[in-house]
Design a protein around this ligand. Sequence first.
Ligand code: HAM
Length: 443
Amino acid sequence: MNPSTDDRRGALDRSASRFAAPIGTRDLQSPETDRRRAFNARFAEMMGRAAYHEIETPMFEELGLFLRVGESTDVVTKEMYDFEDKGGRRMALRPELTAGVCRAFVQHKPTASPWKVWYSGPQFRYEAPQKGRYRQFSQVGVEAIGVEDPDLDVEVIALAADFFHVLGLRQVTLHLNTLGEVTERQAYTDALGEYLNTRRAELSERSIATLERNPLRVLDSKRPEDHAVLADAPTIQEFLSDRSRRYFDAVCAGLESLGIGFEISPRLVRGLDYYCHTTFEFAADSLSAAQNAVGGGGRYDGLVESLGGPPTPGVGFALGIDRTLLACDAEDVFVALPTPGDVFVVDLAGGQAAALCTELRRAGIAVDRTYSAEFGPEGSSPRSMKAQMRAANRAGSRLALIVGPDEVTAGVATLRDLSGGEQTTVSRADLIASVRAALGHTA
Ligand code: HAM
């Protein structure tokens, strides 16, 4: 990683005044954090139902692991946050999770076949930041390792498609392709490189640079200068064996039988090196083309072996949480909503709120309160009734639990419904039951 001079200058400037979140990262706050928690919970629930179990791997791994999986990709050569640790080891923040999961497979030799896992967590790529493209972003995903069966490809793709659907997204297109066996993919890459070199003069500068590293990635170019050259480029189809073709046909038929729509996109190559056979990407049509990939994945039958394990097939996907939520915003679904509390304690007697809040919270009721603005010579002093009621309304709580000096003496409290305004006096001894009844909770 080679930070630009601009970044260094930015760091110096800010250290002189105030700090901000690093370029390409964001502070996420409520209600966005609540929405993400709900997103992860829904993902965990859906994947659990399909017998995938959660895996958590480290956020950094040995640099060599990533070099092994993506030597000709931008993700690995240009965008990696690599560093030397204090023990002199070359490490890298993970740019993705498939490599770490396959490393874990080789390390722990699980007996289940396929070994089906799901994950969620942050990834790091030193990219040019813009909306939907961050240097720290989060993914959820699955990997299913050990079986080469088109049904498993279909299962994995269907899980991702269904998850988008469950979120409420309707404008997501599934692009599907095959890269064939590793040898077929290589033959195609060579032929494509040869072809592109014959028309090198017509290509954009960026594509010429990409061509040197990985001709397949030139197919990704959306630059108008490259269109004509790419239109005549050979496609992978010409290089597929019968078996690869049949495998792909079986995946397509499987998706059709489940009613999952897709477009075959012969130029779909993915940003990482390890793919063979089925590859796919989900594009959110509601987002701008440069950042509309909300998820992607495919088969990586050679990856485990390249990491020192036995020859083992595998397939998986990862969805970008940040982008998927941008797509949700664009379609106005899976909206971020604040989570209002059940009860707001309004303590006019002073010294009551702490005990009431704790009692209610221990009973599973969501409670908030105000605090004294200042700790003066007399200790904390309660805020005015008006200020506390204003805070209760701002918090969106359903009930106010009001205790003044008279109520304390009488061993009662007042419950006020903050939407309707009705008020009841309840006994302090039956407080929990009364609050539950007012909230409509069943015991
Ligand atoms: P990927 O296509 O590199 O695949 O990333 C998956 C998703 O992560 C993308 O579709 C996108 O939504 C999101 N993403 C990637 N980079 C960024 C970024 N800089 N900012 C925001 N979101 C981003 C993989 O990572 C593979 N490991 C997927 C896989 C799993 N293949 C097989 N199994």
